[in-house]
Design a protein around this ligand. Structure first.
Ligand code: AMP
Length: 216
């Protein structure tokens, strides 16, 4: 299964993608996670990407495409993969298509996570990430309300720099302008795009996701 998870920030692609990757035993590559790691480690990629990420803008296509090319080159991606947060522009989608052609494979599905903007703002304002293990929580949802430490490792929970309100609005604008055109682009590819109303509990969305990609 070669899958792309497409949707705005806060739509739940990471949470659902992790779960699906575990169940299907395929690697998940989240370009946002790979870039944040590069920034933390201070690599050349990280130094180039940092400013764009802090402003909530997109990192240039050629940098992201190079990163995905490297990720997919590993043998673990041979049995399938899930891409989360990539492609985000039509140029990236074209680059991905060329890359897959070179490998002699193609996408099986592109799942679009549809979530109303008011719900995205609510989720992003409540998102906290563990500084220790990277687990993601939401302090606006019942069980995790007011938690200050990670339920898994006890690490400190932090707000992602780009989840701060002023940057979130910019990320949503960038999403509308640069990423939404991908929906029409993939719609032309008959049968590839699956549209998922990604609201409800994590459990409900996961079941709908499995249904959308034909998992029995
Ligand atoms: P995410 O964790 O997916 O919300 O990504 C965090 C940030 O990383 C984005 O706001 C962008 O600055 C950058 N980023 C992640 N994926 C991409 C991509 N496919 N193209 C360009 N920039 C990206």
């Amino acid at each position: 299964m070669n899958l792309v998870l497409l949707g705005p920030p806060g739509a739940g692609k990471g949470t659902q993608g992790d779960r699906l990757a575990g169940e299907c035993r395929v690697p998940k590559y989240a370009t946002g996670d790979i870039l944040r790691e590069a920034v933390r480690e201070g690599t050349e990629l990280g130094r180039e990407a940092k400013g764009y990420m802090e402003r909530g803008e997109l990192v240039p296509d050629e940098l992201v495409l190079a990163l995905v090319r490297e990720a997919l080159a590993g043998s673990e991606a041979e049995g399938g993969f899930i891409l989360d947060g990539f492609p985000r522009t039509v140029a990236q989608a074209e680059g991905l298509r060329r890359l897959l052609e070179e490998r002699g494979c193609e996408l099986d599905a592109v799942v679009y996570f549809d979530v109303p903007e008011a719900e995205l703002l609510r989720r992003l304002s409540g998102r906290r990430v563990c500084s220790g293990c990277g687990a993601v929580f939401n302090v606006t949802s019942g069980l995790e309300a007011a938690a200050e430490t990670c339920a898994r490792c006890g690490g400190e929970l932090e707000t992602r720099e780009d989840d701060k309100p002023e940057t979130v609005l910019n990320r949503l604008r960038v999403y509308r302008e640069s990423t939404m055109p991908l929906l029409a682009w993939y719609r032309k590819d008959s049968g590839l795009l699956r549209e998922l109303v990604a609201v409800g509990s994590v459990e409900e969305v996961y079941e709908n996701l499995r249904g959308a990609i034909g998992c029995s």
